[in-house]
Design a protein around this ligand. Structure first.
Ligand code: G3H
Ligand code: 13P
Ligand code: ZN
Length: 328
C-alpha cells in the first residue's frame, strides 16, 4: 500500500472471517445491507446496534461513484464511531458488492475496505478463476476477505445485466474454492436482483429456491461460508404504499421470509439486502410528501424514511436472519 492508502483496521472495521465462522456454526446469517448515503448508513448502524447484530455494510461501484470514494471512507469510519458512541462493540465490515475488476477491488482495499467481492460469474469458468485468484492474492496480503461467485443471477448486477439465471453447478465449487482461495462463495439458487424476482400468474405461489443445489454445495465444501444475493422479500406493504402514493410497481415480488430463514439456518452466512431498503425509503418519502404537501425540509421526509429503515432492518435481524444478539 502507498502513503495515500489506509488499512481497514485503522477505521475500526473487521474482515468477515470471525463473523462467518460464528454464523456457520450458529445457523444464522450476517446481514449485508447496501448503502449509498448517510441516512441509509445511520439506519443500518442504529438497527444493528439496537439488535446487537454483526453487520456488513456494502457498496456497489455505482454507490461508490455516487457517494465519492473519499466521502465513503469518511462515512464508514463515522459509522464505526457512531456505533461505539452508542456503547456498542458490534463487528462492522465494509464490503465491495459486485466488484467487476481487479483494479476496482484493489482500489477499495487500498481505500480501507475490509472485504471485497470479485464477481466473475458472467465470465468463462477459467477466467473467473483467474481474476478471482488475482484479487485473493492481493487482498490476503492485507487480511482482506474475498467473496467470489459461481452461477449467474437473473436481473441487474450493477452494470451487468443477465436475462436468465444460471444455477450454480455444485461440481464446480470445490475446484473453484481450492484454486482461488476465496473466503466465501456466492451461489445462484433461484434468487435475482431487484424488485421483480418472479413472474407469477394470478394466484400462483412463489416457487421454492433450489435448496437441493444448496445442499449439494454444502456436501462438497462442508462448513464453507455461502452467500445469498438477491434476498429481498420485496415487502408487500411497501409496494402497496408506493403504488397508493403515485408509484407504479405492479407485479413486484420477492423471496418469502420463511425461505430466507431456511437459508440462514444452513451454510448461508451472508444475506444481501438492497431492494427492500430502497422500497422502504421510497414508500415513506412518497407517503410523507403526499400527506405534507407544503413541507420542503429534506430532514422531514428523509427522517421518516430513515425511521422506517431502522424498523425494517431490526425485523430482519430478529425475525429472519437470526443475527440479533450475535454481535457481542
Ligand atoms: O446487486 C446489486 C445491488 O443491489 C447494487 O445495486 O448497482 O444499483 O447500486 P446498484
Ligand atoms: P436485492 O435486490 O434482492 O435486495 O439483492 C441485493 C444484492 O444482492 C446486492 O448484492
Ligand atoms: Zn448481489
Amino acid at each position: 500500500m502507498t502513503q495515500n492508502t489506509i488499512h481497514y483496521s485503522e477505521l475500526g472495521l473487521v474482515n468477515t472471517r470471525e463473523m462467518f465462522a460464528a454464523a456457520v456454526d450458529g445457523g444464522y446469517a450476517i446481514p449485508a445491507y447496501n448503502f449509498n448515503n448517510m441516512e441509509q448508513l445511520q439506519a443500518i448502524i442504529t438497527a444493528c446496534v439496537e439488535t446487537a447484530s454483526p453487520v456488513i455494510v456494502q457498496v456497489s461501484s455505482g454507490a461508490r461513484n455516487y457517494a465519492n470514494a473519499v466521502m465513503l471512507r469518511g462515512l464508514a469510519s463515522g459509522a464505526v464511531a457512531m456505533a461505539r458512541q452508542m456503547g456498542s462493540q458490534i463487528p462492522i465490515c465494509l464490503h465491495l458488492d459486485h466488484g467487476d475488476s481487479f483494479e476496482l477491488c484493489k482500489s477499495c482495499i487500498d481505500a480501507g475496505f475490509s472485504s471485497v467481492m470479485i464477481d466473475g460469474s458472467h465470465l468463462p469458468y477459467d477466467e473467473n478463476v483467474a481474476v478471482t485468484r488475482q484479487v485473493v492474492e492481493y487482498a490476503h496480503k492485507f487480511d482482506v476477505s474475498v467473496e467470489g461467485e459461481l452461477g449467474v443471477l437473473a436481473g441487474i448486477e450493477d452494470e451487468v445485466q443477465a436475462e436468465r439465471s444460471t444455477y450454480t453447478q455444485p461440481d464446480e465449487v470445490e475446484d473453484f474454492v481450492g484454486k482461488t482461495g476465496v473466503d466465501s462463495l456466492a451461489i445462484s439458487i433461484g434468487t435475482s436482483h431487484g424488485a421483480y424476482k418472479f413472474k407469477l400468474a394470478p394466484g400462483e405461489e412463489v416457487p421454492p429456491l433450489r435448496f437441493d443445489i444448496l445442499a449439494e454445495v454444502e456436501q462438497r465444501i462442508p462448513g464453507f461460508p455461502i452467500v445469498l444475493h438477491g434476498a429481498s422479500s420485496v415487502v408487500p406493504e411497501y409496494v402497496q404504499l408506493i403504488n397508493q402514493y403515485g408509484g407504479n410497481l405492479d407485479g413486484a415480488v420477492g423471496v418469502p421470509e420463511e425461505q430466507l430463514r431456511r437459508a440462514a439456518n444452513s451454510a448461508v452466512c451472508k444475506i444481501n439486502i438492497d431492494s427492500d431498503g430502497r422500497l422502504a425509503m421510497t414508500a415513506k418519502v412518497r407517503e410523507y410528501l403526499a400527506n405534507n404537501p407544503s413541507e420542503f425540509d429534506p430532514r422531514k421526509y428523509l427522517g421518516a424514511a430513515r425511521a422506517e429503515l431502522v424498523k425494517l432492518m431490526k425485523h430482519k435481524n430478529e425475525q429472519v436472519l437470526g443475527s440479533a444478539g450475535k454481535g457481542c
